[in-house]
Design a binder for this molecule. Structure first.
Ligand SMILES: Cc1cc2nc3c(=O)[nH]c(=O)nc-3n(C[C@H](O)[C@H](O)[C@H](O)COP(=O)(O)OP(=O)(O)OC[C@H]3O[C@@H](n4cnc5c(N)ncnc54)[C@H](O)[C@@H]3O)c2cc1C
Length: 360
């Protein structure tokens, strides 16, 4: 099968979905490809910061997401051995310390809005495997597999919004520098005890960083920082030592954690790394979001950065510019902003223990 479109976007994460919606609204014909049968299948970050909030508000999406459900964090707390010792409240002008937005809510709203435009098309269960090129080496589309069938989609511009292990990036020969951060993350989810306030709670237990994030619909997400690459060794030990550390840090979740975390099956591993590339585009091709600058979960910048890339790219793409846009130069400013955010992530990670210095 052969299809044609002006812009072919690979990956229906927050970056790709938002870009597709904004371009569709600008009357550009756009095809959004997602390898999963449903969008919102990929495990990813769900904390929106002020920047992401502003982008959604500017495009009239925030209120619609809020109707589906989101939760504003009312405090950032630092705990030591079951005792709160530092409390940060939101700046009254902002009103929160981050907003939990389930990815299903965010992506559903963006895609439903995009579907209102006849020039938008979404193809799920469609995995991009190759890029198409003309004789001059300019990218002219993608080759994908859908239900066992090969499809070619020709386009004036291919956008790789396909996340941290981007196929588009690899196939276009764009290199990234991968940075390890010395830690990986274990996640688990438990129901929140009654009257649990929307908060982010941090603790340091026996040198291990622990975080609790209140979520929409009465859940808490728990994050344990573990030494990079240590999970396979850790899994040989009883999982209960992680519950013991959790309870030492936050005794208030004791009963619920014991009831709901019953084996290693209840944990999810995130192999933490970041990466960056000097090249954000080539003739006929652009990269956005994690595909070109994977962020670590620290500071909750990744989701927001992907949406910012989409917002900026949409603002400069029109029928006239799509074929001859200077992707290298238009990314320069954005590249500097992302470099700064990645530096902030490293600083936050290195300085985490100093938050607890009064107790050491
Ligand atoms: C566990 C975890 C927690 C995080 N916490 C936060 C947080 O709280 N706040 C925050 O801002 N950031 C957080 N991040 C980072 C954030 O999730 C990412 O930065 C963000 O999702 C990047 O968006 P994206 O659209 O660039 O890519 P992604 O969200 O990764 O989306 C890429 C999409 O492309 C699809 N895809 C991949 N390959 C192909 C292919 N070959 N063909 C077709 N489709 C393809 C994938 O299925 C996926 O849907 C976290 C990340 C993780 C993993």
């Amino acid at each position: 099968m052969k299809l044609t479109t002006e812009v072919c976007i690979v990956g229906a994460g927050p970056g790709g979905a938002l870009l597709a919606y904004l371009l569709a609204k600008q009357n550009v014909s756009v095809t959004l490809l997602e390898r999963h049968k449903e969008v919102a299948k990929e495990f990813r970050g769900e904390h929106l910061n002020e920047e992401g909030e502003a982008i959604l508000k500017n495009h009239g999406l925030f209120e619609k997401v809020e109707r589906l459900g989101l939760l504003r964090m009312e405090s950032l707390e630092y705990w030591d051995n079951g005792k709160l010792f530092k409390l940060i409240n939101p700046n009254p002008n902002v009103g929160h310390l981050g907003i939990h937005v389930p990815q299903a809510h965010l992506l559903t709203v963006i895609i439903e809005e995009a579907k209102k435009y006849s020039n938008f098309s979404l193809m799920t269960d469609t995995r991009v495997i190759e890029l198409l090129k003309d004789e001059e080496g300019c990218f002219t589309g993608v080759k994908a597999i859908r239900e066992g069938e090969e499809i070619s989609i020709e386009s004036n511009l291919v956008v790789g919004a396909d996340g941290r292990f981007s196929t588009v990036r690899k196939k276009s020969g764009i290199d990234v520098t991968v940075r390890k951060h010395g830690y990986d993350l274990l996640w688990a989810k438990i129901p929140a005890p009654q009257n649990w306030e929307p908060s982010i709670k941090m603790a340091l237990v026996d040198g291990m960083q622990l975080s609790l994030f209140t979520q929409v619909n009465g859940y808490i997400q728990i994050g344990w920082n573990i030494k990079e690459g240590s999970y396979s060794e850790i899994r040989k030990q009883p999982f209960t030592s992680f519950i013991d550390k959790l309870i030492k840090a936050f005794p208030q979740v004791k009963e619920i954690a014991r009831l709901h975390i019953n084996s290693w099956q209840d944990f999810v591993l995130l192999d933490v790394h970041s990466n960056y590339s000097d090249t954000w585009g080539k003739a006929g091709l652009a990269l956005i979001g994690d595909a070109v600058h994977t962020m670590t979960p620290t500071g909750a910048f990744g989701l927001n950065s992907a949406m910012k890339d989409a917002d900026i790219l949409a603002a400069i793409l029109t029928h006239e510019t799509i074929s001859n846009i200077d992707l290298v130069n238009c990314a320069t400013q954005r590249k500097k902003e992302v470099e700064k955010l990645q530096a902030i992530q490293i600083e936050k990670e290195q300085n985490f223990a100093t938050q607890f210095v009064i107790y050491s």
